[in-house]
Design a protein around this ligand. Structure first.
Ligand SMILES: [Zn+2]
Length: 205
């Protein structure tokens, strides 16, 4: 294939997507170019819409439409009132937990872990988690970070940040495989990790 800058650029971008290398990126680009009206046109439109209208909430960390405003005491994304909040690293973790139907409550998406490369503590929305716990009358904070060193360090940091607040803090059971990321667990493992979650502390101390 003759080098065409536009195509090279597109291949480079697509190969940055999860699970795709340069080879599959080239296949995707060819498929797109062969289906300009059916794929390229709607894809351009859809990407522009997502870019313009969807963003990460800077309170709870979830993806939301820009027209929705989240506030500490009234989450407009979830109409129902809950007294539990589950803290996860990424949105894909939230999706896994939701699809396994083991938890009903709020989610708080950190957007990474403390030790992830370049991840600043301020970016992890831990301050806003503390605010939510105080203002939303939360009774239990479930730490569902990965069973990795980074995940556990992050859980410890959150536990520390919640010191002095009247709330129960629990952690998913140790049955989680070491190195296990929440999103890669099957429903059964996730279910027992939730069911057998352990209490880290109770009340203010
Ligand atoms: Zn929010």
């Amino acid at each position: 294939m003759e080098n065409i800058n536009e195509i090279d650029e597109l291949v480079k971008l697509i190969s940055k997507l999860p699970g795709l290398g340069p080879k599959s990126a080239k296949r995707i680009v060819l498929k797109l170019l062969n289906n300009r009206d059916e794929l390229v046109k709607p894809l351009v439109k859809s990407l522009a819409e997502v870019y313009q209208n969807i963003s990460r909430c800077n309170i709870c960390g979830t993806l939301k439409s820009n027209s929705i405003d989240c506030s500490f005491s009234h989450c407009k994304i979830i109409e129902k009132k809950y007294n539990k909040i589950c803290v996860v690293e990424n949105i894909s973790d939230q999706w896994s937990i939701e699809s396994s139907n083991i938890f009903s409550g709020y989610f708080h998406i950190l957007g990474g872990t403390i030790s992830s490369v370049g991840q600043k503590k301020e970016d992890l929305l831990i301050n806003s988690l503390v605010e939510r716990v105080k203002k939303d009358d939360i009774e239990e904070v479930i730490l569902a970070t990965s069973a990795t060193v980074e995940g556990q360090t992050t859980a410890y940091y959150i536990e520390d940040s919640l010191k002095g607040i009247e709330v129960q803090i629990t952690k998913l059971a140790q049955g989680l495989p070491v190195g296990g990321e929440i999103e890669s667990l099957d429903d059964g493992t996730l279910f027992s990790a939730f069911k057998n979650r352990t209490s880290l502390k109770n009340g203010s101390n």
